[in-house]
Design a protein around this ligand. Structure first.
Ligand SMILES: Nc1ncnc2c1ncn2[C@@H]1O[C@H](COP(=O)(O)OP(=O)(O)OP(=O)(O)O)[C@@H](O)[C@H]1O
Ligand SMILES: [Mg+2]
Length: 429
């Protein structure tokens, strides 16, 4: 009904007040932040926690969300009032965890509660906590709704109430949220819109590495990661992830390549492992851990169509060692190198790092921050880099970092490096 809208607006005209517009050029101070003294966590948050902001930490069950936040709480509690409100565990359970982590003496105010009304009343005081953890939002409920805790309506209403009091009182609110199987925070997607920052805590089961990744941040970049190692004493920061990810590496093994990657502002070297084996199945298997399945399909198609390699009838397994999830297209060339190495039985040179994006016509495209990648590789003792030709000039030879640069224009240029044994050529019709 087109007439109804103007009528509604007309009726509202009397009740609305004119808002005051100000110039964009006004002076405003930077958002005040508190440092948690956990360098990995601070970096992912964009340089510490912003006062009065709401931060959501999502992650699979048992990944270590409660452990991380308890550790953060305990360091923050030294200087100011910090509350840890658990809806999932009894006070004793949290105490036991604190004792195991060696943090039992920290002056954190601990409570087991799930009623949002009670929590808001406790937070909404002049002498209330400056930082509050809610573990988890799926256990919280507002008593004005009939639905059970964890439902979309409850999660949304609880978060809204808690965020409102946090903004009013300048409290930094750290909310734990559970993640569904497909990687979304359970409950409404709207929860992610309501908070200022969303962090995912991820890692592969059976690995001790944990990666904290910012997926949304109103106060900083979203491409940073923090790397932790889970042990008996809790989560330990890993200041140099490359060393950790390459710790178990054995050189000169077929089907592996070291990818010189970039996670946010940090270069990270990881090993890409591939296994190409004849398939007994009509539809060969493609299994990927730590990378994008669609991207693997593309690299395989380019290897077939532009380099004449016959991979189609093989099972292909791809794994990023150490539990890191790589999202950069720059990993294409490392994946291709690992695949070709597995197919030909020739190892990628043990002292080589690989990076470069592959286009559909088989061209190798330049990627950003080449120097940083090369510097990290040189630091870790690598001697050469298989990489794209830089956009401006073909530099060749060695750079300042002492790394020998092997620059590739086309994916087909990769094959002569594996020529000691003959790759099975695809019969051309
Ligand atoms: N006694 C222990 N020694 C070493 N590690 C332990 C011990 N107890 C628990 N852990 C580690 O801590 C992890 C659980 O951490 P935490 O409870 O913080 O996870 P969470 O993400 O909060 O889980 P949930 O989703 O159940 O709330 C376990 O998976 C295990 O790796
Ligand atoms: Mg927990």
């Amino acid at each position: 009904m087109p007439e109804s809208a103007p009528k509604g607006l007309g009726a509202a005209r009397h009740s609305g007040r004119r808002i005051e517009f100000v110039a964009l050029s006004g002076v405003s101070s930077d958002a005040p932040r508190r440092l948690t003294r956990n360098a990995e966590f601070d970096r992912v948050c964009g340089g510490g926690l912003v006062h009065g902001s709401a931060l959501l930490v999502g992650g699979d069950p048992g990944i270590g969300k409660s452990t991380l936040l308890l550790q953060i709480c305990c360091t923050l509690a030294v200087g100011e009032k910090v509350a840890y409100i658990s809806g999932e565990e009894a006070v004793d359970q949290v105490r036991m965890r604190a004792a195991r982590l060696g943090l039992a003496a920290a002056p954190v105010e601990l409570a087991a509660a799930t009623s949002v009304r009670d929590i808001v009343a406790s937070l909404d005081a002049a002498d209330g906590p400056r930082v509050a953890v809610i573990d988890s939002i799926q256990t919280m409920y507002v008593d004005t709704l009939d639905s059970a805790p964890g439902t979309v309506a409850q999660v949304r209403a609880s978060a809204a109430e808690l965020i409102r009091v946090a903004k009013r009182r300048g409290i930094t609110l750290l909310i734990v949220g559970h993640v569904t199987k497909d990687g979304q925070i359970a409950g409404p997607r709207v929860l992610e819109h309501m908070v200022d920052t969303v962090l995912y805590f991820e890692g592969e089961r059976g690995h001790q590495f944990r990666i904290l990744r910012a997926v949304k941040n109103r106060f900083g970049p979203t491409d940073e990661i923090g790397v932790f190692e889970m042990g008996e004493e809790g989560l330990v920061e890993v200041p140099n992830p490359s060393e950790l990810f390459l710790a178990d590496r054995r050189g000169d093994i077929t089907g592996t390549a070291v990818f010189a990657g970039l996670e946010g502002s940090r270069p990270v070297l990881v090993e890409v492992q591939a296994l190409v084996a004849p398939s007994p199945l009509g539809t060969p298997r493609r299994a990927v851990v730590g990378w994008d399945t669609a991207r693997l399909a593309m690299v395989l198609a380019v290897l077939e169509a532009r380099c004449g390699l016959a991979i189609g009838a093989n099972d292909v397994y791809l794994n990023v060692a150490g539990g890191l999830r790589v999202t950069e297209p720059a990993a294409d060339l490392a994946v291709a190198a690992a695949l070709v190495s597995s197919l030909t039985g020739e190892p990628v040179p043990a002292d080589a790092v690989v990076f470069g994006e592959i286009g559909l016509s088989g061209e190798i495209r330049a990627v950003s921050q080449t120097d940083q990648r090369l510097k990290e590789a040189a630091k870790l003792g690598f001697g050469r880099a298989l990489m794209p030709t830089p956009r401006r000039t073909r530099s060749g030879g060695r750079g300042d970092d002492g790394l020998k640069r092997i620059e590739l224009d086309q994916l087909a240029d990769l094959l002569p490096l594996f020529q000691a044994s003959q790759p099975p050529a695809r019969p051309r019709s």
